[in-house]
Design a protein around this ligand. Structure first.
Ligand SMILES: [Zn+2]
Ligand SMILES: [Zn+2]
Length: 242
């Protein structure tokens, strides 16, 4: 599995930045997790639109889905359809995705198991102002988890057990407790407790330097710590050996 960062800020991008979007490649599968603004432009630096196998969005906040509203014009022109997996609520946001009918839309649940190619993908409800699902992907050898947006919840600690590499909301540099996002401190504590080997922090404020998140997290996380950067690739198998 290879992960590439297409966008990493929230809830809006800084100059030249992009909001949440991550490409995960394995074998013939190219899936994009979240599709925030800037994701489509950055994706096309590496792959054409017809190479996307599926899109999964952790939740329906605009910084995680907004480029779906322009991708649909491209799909319409190219006469393509893409499988899209999203949470079932809020209903207004879900309904807005059906316009142009270019996505094969299925809703996420904790019972859903996707098996594209040789991968197995499962989901867990976390805690955010919109319904958010963590996405766990395994190729049988290595296990990767992406949190989407979440505040502290025991559900994440449980779901993260046995995970090799976790891409995690670490939105707050300060040690604050919020009902929307995790602080770097909380992300590191959850990952330490779950025995995660490699932690990749993301969802940075557009006005903060990602290196500040790295410096803060390195003092707290016991395993290998990284921060996201647009265009940066992570070899998940190599990181699972950390
Ligand atoms: Zn967000
Ligand atoms: Zn959100």
């Amino acid at each position: 599995m290879k992960l590439m960062v297409l966008g990493n800020t929230g809830p809006y991008p800084g100059p030249g930045g992009a909001c949440s979007g991550y490409l995960l490649e394995s074998g013939d599968t190219r899936m994009v997790m979240d599709f925030g603004n800037g994701t489509l432009a950055n994706l096309q630096k590496h792959h054409s639109i017809d190479e996307i196998s599926l899109i999964i969005c952790s939740h329906l906040h605009a910084d995680h889905i907004s480029d779906l509203f322009v991708l649909r014009y491209a799909l319409e022109q190219k006469k393509l359809m893409i499988p899209l997996f999203v949470p079932s609520e809020p209903p207004l946001e879900l309904a807005s995705l059906y316009y142009k009918n270019v996505y094969t839309i299925k809703t996420l649940s904790e019972e859903l198991v996707l098996k594209p190619d040789h991968l197995t993908i499962t989901f867990k409800k976390l805690k955010h102002s919109f319904l958010d699902y963590a996405i766990k992907i395994t190729d049988g050898e290595t296990t990767f988890l992406y949190t989407g947006d979440t505040c502290y919840t025991p559900a994440l600690g449980e779901f993260a057990k046995g995970v090799d590499v976790m891409l995690c909301d670490g939105a707050f540099l300060e040690d604050v407790v919020s009902d929307k996002h995790l602080s770097v401190k909380e992300a590191c504590e959850i990952a330490n407790e779950a025995g995660v080997k490699t932690l990749i922090l993301t969802h940075f404020a557009p006005f903060e330097d990602p290196q500040a998140y790295l410096s803060k997290g390195e003092k707290l996380f016991k395993g290998a710590l990284y921060v996201t950067e647009i265009g940066k690739s992570f070899d998940i198998k190599a990181l699972s050996k950390n």
